[in-house]
Structure formats: structure tokens, C-alpha cells
Design a protein around this ligand. Structure first.
Ligand code: TRP
Length: 452
């Protein structure tokens, strides 16, 4: 294949930062705390950690190994390992999923950008007023669209600049900044009077709320938060050299992602309890409950600003990994230049994101199978395409590419912990069956068919 020489990360840590940047996102700071709040606190945390270790770790090692050995985007990677077979379709599902996830991810990230500025002038007091404020924002037309546009322009700009000059450079600054901003919010939150209750909430199990849904949520969250199932980590792995340590890097990414999710809990729950609001307020936790908290907190304008800035940064370093999958496909397979791929695909994803951007406003009445346009995109990607991509990837690795080839690649360059035999039953049977069941039950549940 002709074309420019494929870029590589300047260091293993560059890869770890980029992959951690991909992993740490809205899933950690917006979604994890509210799911934890709804699903019984500590019980969910425990099940989630088990899923991260026994599903997240094997799948991550697999994706990175496939990416590194082939040095290709997801479609090219499957074509290289299984030429003349339909396995490339798994990569194609991944690229398509990238379009869909990024289109609505950018809409939510856009709200976060808007809230950076809204925080400065102060949020209304009380959960009800904060709820109206949020609805007022998302039912708008111009602002959600403009912020979605701006967020996509920044994302595409970074991808156009390249793997090293774009992605690696940006994460080198933004990831440490994110940690510092997070610590600022945590310090404020845990020193509020009554904060202890929030910490107790996170670590006190409430067994009464566990249902099959708790397990479904934990597995779904494990895939989403680690950016697995659509080839994002595979694509980042394709810029690694064979000297780099895959098991160690995977564990570092997982540690960073899990730590930030738990820290987000420390930033949010103590403050929510201190102000006396409901921790189980669902998807509105970050955009309704927290603004109400900032409205009553001393120097809440400043801390609200810091919180939404950090949420926007986390979203940006995730969004670039989604666009990179799409861009890498057009660069490797279609011979486009990086700039063409980033800008054209960024523009198309902006357009695809217009329906979810207007889901509560102009398109407020439009539903597909009973869901508004934002829920529909979210449902199709998170509940169908990601699990499908994840299951097919592990079946491919466990049964077709083979455990021997996978383990050899994963352990090449590994100096400490190596991938062991314990992974085989997970990749071959436990993960495909477990995740498939989750997917079917989840999808049927959406249509009102309860199996359990
Ligand atoms: N992991 C990110 C988050 O937690 C979202 C994300 C980025 C993602 N890239 C992905 C999810 C690829 C699935 C697949 O917010």
C-alpha cells in the first residue's frame, strides 16, 4: 500500500494518555454517577468492577493487539487477519457506530460547553427551577446547534492535525488539566457540611434495588466507559510499535478510567447530599441536580464553571477517538488525506447530529419506535451496535484468529504482567454469551418485553 508513512505515538505513555482520554468521558462523569445513584450505590460499584476486570480487560487487550499487529483501521485490520472472509463487516459496523455515537455525543458535549458560560452567571436555586432551566436550554434551536457545531469543528481540527501533532499533543495537556480540575471540585464538595452522607451513600450497598437491570447496566457501562466494541482502542493500538507493553498499558488505562469515575462520584455525591437533593435523579444528575447544587454552594459560579469545563474536556478527548476511527478508515482504505477525512467526515457527523440536537425543540414531536431522536441514537449505538461489535470481535479473536496468535501478540513487548490462559474461556464463551444475553434482554426490555 502506498501513501504516507503511518504515524506512531512518540512514547508508550502517549498511547496510554490518548487511550485514557478516549475512555474518560461523559460516560465517567455524567453517566457513571447517575447510574450508580439509581442502581444502589456500592452494589453497582462492585458488579461494575467485576465487569471491568473480566470483560473490559480481555476485550481491551484483544482490540489493542489486533490494531497493533495489523497497523490498520478496523476494516483493514479484519481484512488483513482474515482475507477473503466477511469478517471485515465487524470493522465496518465499528466505523458506522463511530458516526452515530459521535453525532449525539457531540450534542451532549455541546450542552456542557454552553453550561460553562451559564455557570458564570449563576444557576437558578432549587431542583425544579434547575430542571426548567435545563429544559429551556435543550428546547432551544440556535444554541444547541451552534455548540454542537463548534464542538465538531474543534474535534475535526485536532484529527486533521494528526496522531502525534493533534491527538497526542492535546491529551498531553488536557489529561493532567482534567485531573487538577477534578481535584478542585472534589475538595469543595467533600468540605461542605453534611458531605459525609454522600460518601457513605457510595460505599453502603443497598441490596434491595438489584435487579437484572443492575447487571445489564454494569456490562453496558463497562463497554462504553472503556471505549470498547467499535474499534476505537483498536485504531489507537494501530499506532503502537511492537516494542510496547500491551498488558501494562491496558491496566493503566483501566486504572485511570475507573479512578476518574469514582472520583466523579466524590465530586458529585457529597455536594448533592450536602444541599439535600436526590442522588437518584437519573440522567439529569449532571445538568439539573448539580446546577442546583452550584446555585446554593459558596462560590458556586466558580465551581460550576470548573465542573463544566472539565466535563467538556473529558468529552473532547473521547470525541477525537471516535472521529479517528472514521478518519483512519478513509485514510487507509480509500486513500484520502488526513485533512480531507477529518473535515469531510466531521461535517457529515455534524449533519447526522442535527436530529438529536433538536430532539427536544423543533423535533420534539418526532419519535422512532417510541423514542425521541436523542434516545434513539443512544439506543441503537449503545444497546445494539456496541455489544454486537464487542461480541463479534471476541468471537473472532477466540475462535478464528486464535488464542495462540492473540496471546503471542499481546505479550510481545510485555515485561511484567502477561496475558495468561485464564482469558481463553472469557473470550471464547463467557463474554460472547454474557454480552449477547444482555443485548437481547436490553433490546426486548425497550420494547416492553420483560424476560426476567
Ligand atoms: N468512553 C467514552 C466515555 O466514557 C465514550 C467513548 C469514546 C466511546 N470512544 C468510544 C464509547 C468508543 C464507545 C466506543 O464517555
Amino acid at each position: 500500500m502506498t501513501g504516507p508513512v503511518r504515524e506512531q505515538w512518540l512514547s508508550r505513555i502517549g498511547f496510554v494518555l490518548a487511550a485514557a482520554g478516549s475512555a474518560v468521558g461523559l460516560g465517567n462523569i455524567w453517566r457513571f454517577p447517575y447510574v450508580l445513584g439509581e442502581q444502589g450505590g456500592a452494589v453497582f460499584l462492585l458488579i461494575y468492577l467485576v465487569c471491568i476486570i473480566f470483560i473490559g480487560y480481555p476485550v481491551m487487550v484483544t482490540e489493542i493487539s489486533i490494531g497493533r499487529i495489523t497497523q490498520r483501521n478496523p476494516v483493514g485490520a479484519f481484512k488483513a487477519l482474515a482475507p477473503g472472509t466477511p469478517w471485515w463487516i465487524v470493522g465496518a459496523i465499528g466505523v458506522l457506530t463511530g458516526f452515530i455515537i459521535l453525532s449525539f455525543y457531540s450534542v451532549i458535549a455541546g450542552w456542557s460547553v454552553s453550561f460553562i458560560f451559564k455557570a458564570l452567571t449563576g444557576f437558578p436555586v432549587g431542583a425544579e427551577a434547575a430542571g426548567e432551566f435545563f429544559v429551556g436550554h435543550i428546547t432551544g434551536v440556535a444554541e444547541p446547534l451552534i455548540m454542537h457545531f463548534i464542538f465538531m469543528v474543534i474535534t475535526a481540527g485536532i484529527i486533521a492535525a494528526g496522531v502525534v501533532k493533534g491527538i497526542q499533543r492535546v491529551v498531553t495537556y488536557l489529561m493532567p488539566a482534567l485531573v487538577v480540575l477534578m481535584l478542585v471540585v472534589i475538595l469543595r464538595s467533600v468540605t461542605l457540611p453534611g458531605a459525609g452522607e454522600g460518601i457513605a451513600f457510595m460505599f453502603t450497598p443497598d441490596f434491595s434495588v438489584i435487579t437484572i437491570d443492575t447487571f445489564l447496566s454494569a456490562i453496558g457501562q463497562a463497554f462504553f466507559t472503556l471505549s470498547l466494541g467499535m474499534g476505537a482502542i483498536l485504531t489507537y493500538g494501530s499506532y503502537l510499535s511492537s516494542k510496547d507493553d500491551i498488558p501494562k498499558s491496558s491496566l493503566q488505562v483501566i486504572f485511570a478510567d475507573t479512578s476518574i469515575a469514582i472520583l466523579a462520584g466524590f465530586a458529585i455525591f457529597p455536594a448533592v447530599f450536602a444541599i439535600g437533593l436526590d442522588p437518584a435523579s437519573g440522567a439529569g444528575l449532571a445538568f439539573i441536580t448539580l446546577p442546583a447544587v452550584f446555585a446554593e454552594m459558596p462560590a458556586g459560579e466558580f465551581f460550576g464553571f470548573v465542573f463544566f469545563l472539565l466535563l467538556s474536556i473529558a468529552a473532547l478527548t473521547s470525541a477525537i477517538s471516535l472521529l479517528e476511527v472514521v478518519a483512519a478508515y478513509f485514510i487507509d482504505e480509500k486513500g484520502w488525506t488526513r485533512k480531507q477525512a477529518a473535515l469531510l467526515m466531521g461535517a457529515i457527523i455534524f449533519i447526522v447530529g442535527i436530529p438529536p440536537a433538536l430532539h427536544a425543540g423543533v423535533l420534539g414531536d418526532v419519535t422512532i419506535i417510541g423514542m425521541d431522536m436523542l434516545d434513539f441514537y443512544d439506543f441503537v449505538s449503545d444497546s445494539i451496535m456496541l455489544p454486537l461489535g464487542g461480541v463479534l470481535t471476541v468471537i473472532f479473536a477466540g475462535h478464528f484468529w486464535g488464542m495462540k496468535a492473540l496471546t503471542d501478540e499481546a505479550n510481545k513487548g510485555a515485561t511484567g504482567i502477561k496475558v495468561g490462559n485464564w482469558m481463553a474461556p472469557f473470550l471464547k464463551y463467557i463474554i460472547p454469551i454474557g454480552v449477547f444475553v444482555v443485548m437481547v434482554v436490553g433490546v426486548l426490555g425497550r420494547f416492553g418485553i420483560e424476560l426476567f
